[in-house]
Design a protein around this ligand. Structure first.
Ligand SMILES: Cc1cc2nc3c(=O)[nH]c(=O)nc-3n(C[C@H](O)[C@H](O)[C@H](O)COP(=O)(O)O)c2cc1C
Ligand code: SF4
Length: 427
């Protein structure tokens, strides 16, 4: 299957200037939108996406068609938000699409907006993505001139404007309710769900929030059909996926492959494997928020269900590789500092607990660890995870709890010797 796979989302990137509308059109770009507004009802587009079994690429893997179907049919205006906040450590796939294939994202937004009857669409863009912002604005101007965006798209009754909003650099604004609050001009603070955005989203109105890559899958589903899409990759998690691979591999980068491609193949065939003589110590398969896997898990199929069964999550598919040179305690400290810094502060377990984790880890790394620190660290995750408004707190202890499971001896040696031993201790 993997051998026959042809990239769909990244096809042409690096070979053609797809950000120019005439180049994108020459590759069949905007034909799906033309087909939809001329030959398909919004319900038919929604059905195609539902039947394709497309699952959200933002992290949770929720079925996209089902999410769209939750919008109540009560006459209120509906909004579509493209989540382009991409701040998950180790994840850099949305940026690639936004900078190098912006019309694919725009076409996906227009199709999704058509399917759900959106009154307006927004792109919530990570503030640091200055280049993506400029590319997107130019692409939107071109798309408006050619009647793909705006009033009466391609002469039809369908009208939709896309507004690009730049964030201000907070990781938590990627969480959908924090994002919506920020988009409305409020603080980027998540809130409890329910109500879900589908019923009470932007300005309290029915809203769909979808990831950039999710929306970028929609044009090919509309043009080539649900059955074709569903035949790619794992049956329960079909379609193409961009894996962002970073860390101790020889060719870090974005690799578009079918969902379900084995982790071993991604790392060794596509990302060039490790440097000679090195061994894999740990892999985070789904960005900084995901629990680690070890060498024993290299044959896991990289889809939502298989990675969950292996004890982690596919998340945003940001694959971070550590080898035998890396200190597990230092890595845990770096991540704990990040999540502690990004906590919005509303929930005590997150606000206080992540700082405690970072503080204890900092002490161990600096050589001042105490024997009781290990128990403190072991008890922290269960006191934090599942007790907060949003999953950032769980994410903040994902690496810590899983690395304590596989490498507790390395933590202990660090405390006893006051320094790193730089060796793997996987049982
Ligand atoms: C702390 C946190 C950060 C998140 N960051 C992002 C992000 O940067 N981009 C994204 O698409 N989803 C992010 N999500 C997931 C969103 O809340 C939401 O589930 C997603 O945008 C839905 O899109 P999808 O259904 O297309 O996957 C984040 C979630 C959490 C808890
Ligand atoms: S878990 Fe953390 S980031 Fe999420 S709402 Fe609570 S304090 Fe804020």
């Amino acid at each position: 299957m993997a051998g026959a796979f042809e990239p769909i989302l990244t096809a042409g990137i690096g070979r053609m200037a797809l950000e120019r509308i005439e180049v994108y059109e020459s590759q069949g770009g905007y034909e799906a939108l033309r087909k939809a507004v001329r030959q398909m009802t919004p319900q038919a587009v929604q059905k195609e996406v539902t039947d394709s079994n497309l699952r959200g690429r933002g992290g949770a893997g929720f079925p996209t068609g089902r999410k769209w179907s939750f919008l109540p049919d009560d006459g209120r205006p509906r909004y579509l938000v493209c989540n382009a906040d991409e701040s998950e450590p180790g994840t850099f796939k949305d940026r690639l699409l936004l900078e190098r294939n912006p019309h694919l994202v725009i076409e996906g937004i227009m199709l999704a907006g058509y399917a759900i009857g959106a009154a307006r669409a927004f792109v919530y863009l990570r503030g640091e993505f200055r280049q993506a912002y400029e590319v997107l604005q130019r692409a939107l101007a071109e798309a408006r001139r050619r009647s793909y965006v705006g009033d009466r798209v391609l002469g039809s009754d369908f009208s939709l404007e896309i507004v690009v909003h730049r964030g201000a650099g907070a990781y938590i604004c990627g969480e959908e309710t924090g994002l919506l609050s920020s988009l409305q001009g409020g603080r980027g603070e998540p809130r409890l769900k329910p109500p879900f955005p589908a019923t009470a989203g932007l300005y309290g109105q029915p809203t769909v929030v979808n990831n950039v890559e999710t929306l970028a899958c929609v044009p090919s589903i509309v043009s080539r059909g649900a059955r074709w899409f569903a035949s790619i990759g794992s049956p329960k998690s079909p379609g193409p996926k961009i894996f962002s691979v970073s860390g101790r591999v020889r060719r870090p980068g974005n690799y578009e492959l079918p969902l379900g491609t084995p982790l071993r193949e991604i790392l060794f065939e596509h990302a060039g494997g490790l440097e000679p003589g090195r061994r894999i110590k740990a892999v985070q398969p789904g960005g900084g928020s995901s629990a680690i896997l070890t060498e024993a898990h290299l044959d896991v199929a990289m889809d939502f269900d298989s990675v969950a069964q292996a004890g982690s999550m596919l998340g945003s598919a940001g694959v971070i590789v550590l080898d035998d040179r890396d200190c597990i305690v230092e890595a845990a400290q770096v991540l704990a500092e990040f999540y502690a810094h990004e906590s919005c502060g509303q929930c005590t377990p997150c606000r206080e607990g992540l700082h405690w984790a970072a503080r204890v880890l900092r002490r161990i790394v600096a050589g001042g660890g105490r024997p009781e620190d290990i128990e403190v660290l072991q008890s922290l995750p269960s006191r934090i995870a599942g007790r907060t408004i949003c999953p950032l707190a769980d994410a903040g202890v994902g690496f810590l709890s899983s690395s304590l499971k596989y490498f507790v001896d390395e933590y202990r040696a660090h405390v006893t010797l006051g320094r790193c031993v730089r060796e793997a201790y996987v049982a």
